[in-house]
Design a protein. Structure first.
Length: 417
């Protein structure tokens, strides 16, 4: 039987705004400061606000004009170099306590530590070790951190997100006994790690409004609706997570095809899905041309420079595929799950775990005739584009204003128009 594990998830509170305050000799808990691009005027989106402003109900990502007029605050431009330097300083502190293989940097201001094998060495409980690390961060950098503790990475993360900021010492610990009382109580769904506003709407349409609803929903129906991601959502709702920090280390460099695009303007929900669909078409064509199928789909979204950040997540498939519709639907599910309704400037898609295509793979719900018809259709389309150029056949959506397909095809060999 595997021993009980102890994970810490640590987040630096209001990181960008706190860095700015400390750099100026100010207290983030008494200073009304906002990090935003001043040149964008009153419509600028805040990158961060101080804990002082959060206490007054101001969210970290909001437009300046949405801040109540009666609240006075100072605006400073973002300085990413400063934040990266501070982040490196914090990482060096973590590495004073654990080895690199037990540290996973999740973002510039957030990380996971597996402290399972260190508790005996330090002669401390997981809570006491977390408190020591947080106090060290405060003493050496002036920054305040919050920490969640759990038997898996999920419960550590969610306890940090939901409860830590309300607890003494900014530390919350959840065990398996807290799943039904604390995890299931989360509502609305978008408060849960890994469920964005768009996925929340899709789950609401199924009558799922709380994590308890999700945990008690038929997992087979969720899998039918969302594929393997539906099963992962169900597992998370029941507090189950088998991932380990070592899963993120030394991942083998498998053969993969990827495609990324920097957008010429800000894109949002639906018009970004148009870009995703077009990029998937390019990758699916490439897979078929090289006689490969993929078993892992990754989607990365980079937000506008004034926002910074974004996400990259991947999903393993039960069956390897070169089917454009399957790849597109997985990308859309990842998008709906993690997208935060912020302006997008970069899209990346990766098809990994490539295998040689040895034949036509059918699923239980697909007959041979329809699968063969689809295969032959795709082959015919590929042959026409190969002979007459990538712009010789276009979907109607490629003629829309937000489409980039025609221009992109010209740059990558879309001849014979």
């Amino acid at each position: 039987m595997e021993k009980q594990r102890h994970y810490l998830c640590i987040d630096l509170k209001s990181f960008f705004a706190s860095c700015e305050c400390i750099n100026r000799g100010l207290d983030p808990f008494t200073t009304p400061l906002v990090v935003a691009n001043k040149s964008q005027g009153n419509g600028a989106i805040t990158l961060a606000v101080t804990p002082y402003l959060k206490e007054k109900g101001i969210k970290g990502r909001t437009r300046l004009y949405e801040i109540p007029k009666n609240i006075k605050y100072q605006i400073v431009n973002p300085r990413m170099k400063l934040y990266l330097e501070k982040s490196k300083e914090i990482v060096s502190i973590y590495l004073d306590f654990v080895a690199e293989e037990d540290l996973h940097i999740y973002s510039i201001d957030e990380c996971f530590l597996d402290v399972t094998d260190y508790l005996t060495f330090y002669k401390k409980s997981d809570y006491d070790l977390a408190l020591t690390i947080l106090n060290t961060i405060k003493e050496k950098t002036g920054l305040t951190a919050t920490c969640g503790i759990g038997p898996n990475m999920l419960l550590a993360k969610v306890s940090m997100d939901i409860e830590a900021k309300h607890m003494p010492n900014c530390i919350a610990k959840w065990t398996e006994e807290d799943i039904k009382t604390k995890l299931w109580a989360i509502c609305p769904l978008s408060k849960m790690w890994g469920i964005g506003p768009r996925m929340e709407k899709r789950l609401n349409a199924l009558g799922i409004f709380s994590i308890k609803d999700l945990a008690l929903y038929d997992k087979n129906k969720l899998q039918d609706k969302f594929g393997i991601m539906g099963l992962e959502l169900w597992n998370h709702a029941n507090g189950m997570d088998t991932s380990r920090i070592c899963d993120f280390k030394n991942q083998k460099k498998d053969k993969s095809f990827s495609h990324s695009q920097v957008l010429f303007k800000d894109y949002y929900g639906e018009n970004c899905k148009l870009i995703i669909e077009e990029m998937v078409g390019v990758l699916a064509t490439r897979l078929r041309a090289n006689h490969y199928v993929t078993k892992t789909i990754g989607l990365g979204i980079g937000y506008s420079k004034v926002i910074q950040g974004g996400f990259y997540h991947h999903q393993k498939l039960e069956t390897a595929t070169d089917d454009e519709d399957v790849i597109k639907n997985v990308c859309f599910l990842l998008f709906d799950r993690y997208y935060e309704d912020l302006p997008i400037r970069k899209v990346s898609i990766c098809c990994g775990d490539l295998e040689n295509k040895l034949g036509m793979q059918l699923n239980l719900f697909e007959d041979y005739e329809s699968a063969l018809k689809k295969e032959n259709f795709n082959k015919a389309i590929d042959e026409v584009k190969e002979k007459y150029g990538k712009n010789s056949l276009l979907k109607a959506s490629s003629l829309l204003e937000d489409s980039t397909a025609k221009e992109r095809n010209k740059k990558i060999g879309g001849h014979h128009e």
